[in-house]
Design a protein around this ligand. Structure first.
Ligand SMILES: *[C@@H]1O[C@H](CO)[C@@H](O)[C@H](O)[C@H]1NC(C)=O
Ligand SMILES: *[C@@H]1O[C@H](CO)[C@@H](O)[C@H](O)[C@H]1NC(C)=O
Ligand SMILES: *[C@@H]1O[C@H](CO)[C@@H](O)[C@H](O)[C@H]1NC(C)=O
Ligand SMILES: *[C@@H]1O[C@H](CO)[C@@H](O)[C@H](O)[C@H]1NC(C)=O
Length: 426
């Protein structure tokens, strides 16, 4: 390609010179590739020879680091993602990406006096249920999770930017939404994960008996998306056209697939961004992060589909009442100091790479503290990943017949056995 460009842009005299220059690049590239190849072959030896304290991501894939990390106070550590194949002699800390942990393949023995373990997890419990065991959490010394109590926390991970809260790019005025009610329902539902621990579908199905809901996803589908969205729409939910599409609705169902403290996903923040009112269920402490007291209609305040529908009808009949839920758009108001302060003091939480970096440096600092004889003990607790038994949106109680409740109990038992085995090994 470079060659073609030189022909296009240069006279013929220059051509030879630039081609030689290209040759230089090709040779350099090949040399580097060869070095890299050898480096990879001898990877474990290279890591083994590391002079700085060594931090290893034991799980594969995330974040793919292979570098010397420079942290505050002039300290540094070498951080490598190596997957689960190599045991190394000089490791100071192992880090684990929650969704990829294989509990049958851990770097054992645990050696708690020598080794720090760190857990990074940003998901609901459904893909790694073992982490619901308080015992298993205690295998780790530091955590990075969405819980506000985690060492590196990111409860606002899905708030793309603080400006989104008051931004009116997508906002549709109430009287325009009123007119749209001739074409669309007042409420939108869009989900393709239909069997959740929160029994989201059961709830929406009940609510539909009282009030009209347009459901576009695979779950309870009753309406087709316009053809412009059909192709791969699930991966395009944040595109401008789609946000405009959602913004026409007065309400959006925002029910999480799991109940965990501070587990708040884009289902909530997308509604806030476009200026539709979320009908929310999920994090038990969601109030702490609402832009204003009334920025969402919470299931717990209207604790049955019938009561919810009565409240929604009230808001549909009275625009003043409805607009109390949209002060962040209409008055550009954010009265929640806690929300403002959390974002101000921890703005990098919306950026996974920066969060990871912060976590790696926290671990690095602790390794150095240990080397310097400062011996604080840290152990991860339930508060760092607090997901109580899943509660049904429909009844606001635990449904013992829900499959997720069953599989959770099973996973915790299995996890407790793993914990006992690990602790008995030394
Ligand atoms: C790492 O170094 C130790 C001690 O120098 C050595 O015993 C071990 O074989 C090395 N491991 C690898 C994978 O090179
Ligand atoms: C992890 O190691 C096990 C065997 O120890 C292997 O079967 C598995 O494929 C490995 N997984 C990855 C992701 O490397
Ligand atoms: C918001 O709610 C909190 C607690 O429920 C209350 O103390 C506060 O006065 C309310 N603020 C406004 C502006 O209504
Ligand atoms: C790390 O956690 C283990 C428990 O899993 C504990 O025994 C050990 O003291 C902790 N180490 C540090 C440095 O906090």
């Amino acid at each position: 390609m470079f060659y073609v460009m030189t022909v296009m842009f240069c006279g013929c005299k220059k051509l030879l010179k630039i081609t030689l220059w290209n040759l230089f690049w090709i040779v350099s590239f090949l040399t580097l590739a060869t070095i890299y190849w050898n480096y990879n072959e001898n990877y474990s030896e290279v890591v083994n020879a590391s002079e700085n304290p060594l931090i290893i991501w034991w799980t594969d894939g995330f974040p793919g680091s292979a570098e010397t990390k420079y942290c505050s106070n002039n300290i540094k550590c070498d951080v490598f993602t190596i997957g689960n194949q190599t045991k190394l002699h000089n490791v100071a800390a192992y880090l684990f990406y929650g969704s990829s942990i294989n509990f049958d393949n851990l770097p054992l023995p645990r050696r708690p006096k020598d080794l720090i373990w760190g857990l990074y997890h940003e998901e609901s419990p459904r893909n790694t249920e073992e982490l619901l065991s308080e015992n298993v959490l205690q295998l780790f010394n530091f955590s990075a999770t969405y819980s506000r109590y985690s060492d590196v926390h990111f409860p606002l991970q899905y708030l793309n930017s603080f400006e989104d809260i008051t931004d009116t790019t997508y906002f549709v005025k109430t009287k325009d939404k009123d007119e749209l009610l001739n074409e669309i329902a007042p409420i939108m539902y869009l989900q393709s994960d239909c069997e959740t621990s929160t029994e989201r579908d059961l709830y929406v199905q009940e609510l539909m008996k009282f009030i009209k809901i347009d459901s576009y996803g695979a779950c309870l589908n009753n309406k087709h998306l316009p053809s412009k969205f059909k192709r791969d729409y699930l991966n395009n939910l944040n595109e401008e056209l789609f946000l405009k599409f959602i913004a026409r609705y007065k309400f959006v169902i925002s029910i999480e697939n799991g109940v965990c403290e501070d587990y708040i996903t884009e289902k909530f923040w997308r509604a806030i961004k476009v200026g539709s009112v979320p009908i929310y269920f999920g994090s038990p402490s969601i109030r702490d992060w609402l832009p204003n007291n009334k920025s969402a209609v919470l299931l717990e305040d209207y604790p049955s589909p019938k009561l919810m529908s009565e409240h929604l009808y009230k808001l549909l009949k009275n625009n003043n009442l409805y607009e109390e839920y949209l002060e962040h758009k209409i008055m550009q108001k954010i009265s929640n100091r806690k929300l403002v302060e959390e974002f101000r003091s921890n703005p990098t939480q919306i950026d996974t790479l920066k969060t990871t970096n912060k976590f790696e440096c926290l671990i690095c600092e602790n390794i150095h503290d240990k080397i310097n004889g400062k011996s604080a003990v840290n152990v991860v607790t339930k508060k760092h990943y607090n997901c109580p038994k899943p509660i049904s949106a429909l009844t606001l109680k635990v449904n013992p017949n829900n499959n997720w409740v069953f599989s959770r109990d099973f996973a915790i038992e299995k996890a407790n056995n793993i914990y006992n085995k690990i602790m008995n090994e030394h």
